[in-house]
Design a protein around this ligand. Structure first.
Ligand SMILES: NC(=O)c1ccc[n+]([C@@H]2O[C@H](COP(=O)([O-])OP(=O)(O)OC[C@H]3O[C@@H](n4cnc5c(N)ncnc54)[C@H](O)[C@@H]3O)[C@@H](O)[C@H]2O)c1
Length: 229
């Protein structure tokens, strides 16, 4: 799992572990052994060689790799597109989109060899509806949806499923970066009238990562409280 110490990653890791799964937790800048969200292994998703090393280490240690959750991400600049710097744009695309591409490149061949796999990447409702003053983020997540749909079709005949989850506002530390007015604007778009919880996310992610989710692939699974604008 990437971004495993994050607001959505950590509770999902805890849930899968509580259900008896073995999770290797990773995050950028981490120093632990990966046994829990508090003890994440280091993985910067933008480092493609680190992805290859991590997958090799997991196979050496556990001999199998059944699923992966990409719960990493950055919100990117909250600016008009015309005022977004090239470096902010590039960083947002690099983490949210290219990081997932490197992950898929490292994981998919291993899963295809065993004819089983579940990959889930966290996208955003903003990929479909697009938020003003968040063009880099919206574009990175729209690219992620398209990437996942392509790869899902490429590996369907090996029973490897690949999906994204599209949350709207979720009650995590990422929201702390929003000013009050922006939070109110985004919340007003959610018919259920509240942010989603990390536990609601973990329940859906846990199911999509399970063997039960055998007939869902290439989908953007909505977790938005009904947001469609
Ligand atoms: N919180 C929300 O309202 C919301 C809404 C829609 C989508 N999302 C998406 O959900 C995902 C998780 O968000 P969250 O709310 O848990 O945010 P968070 O900030 O709590 O967690 C994000 C995690 O990504 C990690 N990360 C950042 N750069 C990385 C890199 N280069 N390599 C590896 N890890 C890196 C961070 O260290 C952090 O642990 C993100 O993709 C985010 O875009 C969140």
């Amino acid at each position: 799992m990437t971004g495993a110490s994050g607001g959505l990653g950590a509770p999902t890791c805890d849930r899968i572990s509580a259900e008896g799964g073995t999770v290797v937790c990773t995050d950028v800048g981490a120093t632990g052994d990966g046994s829990s969200p508090d003890r994440c292994r280091e993985l910067d998703v933008t480092d493609r060689r680190a992805w290859q090393s991590l997958v090799a280490e997991i196979m050496a240690e556990y001999g199998r790799l059944d699923g992966a959750l990409f719960a990493h991400g950055v919100a990117g600049p909250v600016t008009l597109a015309q005022e977004t710097s090239a470096s902010d744009w590039a960083h947002t695309i690099e983490v949210n989109l290219t990081g997932a591409f490197y992950g898929l490149r490292a994981l998919v061949p291993v899963m295809r060899r065993t004819s089983y796999g579940r990959i889930v990447a966290v996208s955003s409702i903003g990929a479909v509806t697009a938020n003003p003053r968040q063009a880099a983020y919206s574009a990175s997540k729209a690219g992620l949806n398209a990437l996942v749909k392509s790869v899902a079709k490429e590996c369907a005949d090996d029973s490897v499923t690949v999906n994204t989850i599209a949350p709207s506002l979720m009650d995590t530390p990422m929201l702390a970066g929003l000013d009050e007015a922006r939070f109110a604007t985004l919340l007003a778009k959610v018919p259920l009238g509240r942010p989603g919880t990390a536990l609601e996310f973990a329940a859906l992610a846990g199911w999509l990562l399970s063997s039960e989710a055998s007939f869902v692939t290439g989908q953007v699974v909505d977790l938005s409280g009904g947001r469609n604008q």
